[in-house]
Design a protein around this ligand. Sequence first.
Ligand code: GDP
Ligand code: MG
Length: 293
Amino acid sequence: MPRAGIVTVAGKPNAGKSTLLNRIVGEKLSIVSPKPQSTRDRIVGIRSEGDVQMILLDTPGLLAPRYPLQHAMRGTAVAALSEADVILYVVDATSGPGEPIVELARLDQPPRAPVITVANKADLLTEERRSRLAAQRPDLVFISAATGDGLPGLFDRIAALLPDSPFFYPEDEISTQTVRFFTGELIRETALEQLEDEIPYSVACEIEEFRESQSPVYIRAVVYVERESQKRILIGAAGGRIREIGREARRKIERFVGAPIYLDLWVKVLPNWRRKVSALNRFGYHVPEQQSP
Ligand code: GDP
Ligand code: MG
């Protein structure tokens, strides 16, 4: 009998959840960034191997929400936890074994699904530190999402916890998200990379047009920021920075789509979009009802 189910990847921002998800799926699906909070929506990846299918949910970092975008992010993370068959709780092992997930996520009760606590970034641990942690917390599964170390063992553990079930998706499918969605994420990732800390988290991307029938594939995208001053920073002197972002994003999208593309990239201001439910919905972030301002 095959096994299949939902594996939710949770943990603090920057623990390496997106890197692990990409490793598991074997494709670059979730944006990876050294900046915390870069994964805003939940991303579905799928791994099918042998008679095991894992449907993976990435969660935005679990944090105490301060404004509507963060409410949306937390709501998404909590929902993904309640849907899970197995929870991979990823902790950055270089900062210790982490607090219990109930505390981190401020859940009213422990999650229904079994939790595997994954001590990530094991490549950065000394042998001594690792042994000490392992003695302290024998349940930890040490891995390195960056090098792939420890993953086969992790897969076996996950598989053992998944329910007997036929596959939910065809074997060759790696995601249910659209190419359009990933294109927007790649542009946002590139903007974040090149902006350093100048415009923290005020960047959203909307794909206005995606014409696959022509070659190169035509994509018109708008990068939204919250203020005119941010727009000027994003565009840069004589348009230099936005041109560079466009060039780099195009390279990534071409690799992802596997075809030449023409990227028509614009920058617009949508004042305070992170605090507006209508704008959040438009960018695909779902703000839970009761928490709307
Ligand atoms: P997320 O916020 O939990 O999704 O974290 P990311 O996957 O975006 O990773 C955060 C940072 O940690 C990035 O700079 C990654 O390259 C880095 N990282 C993730 N996993 C590992 C690992 O196993 N070893 C090392 N050395 N770095 C890692
Ligand atoms: Mg992430």
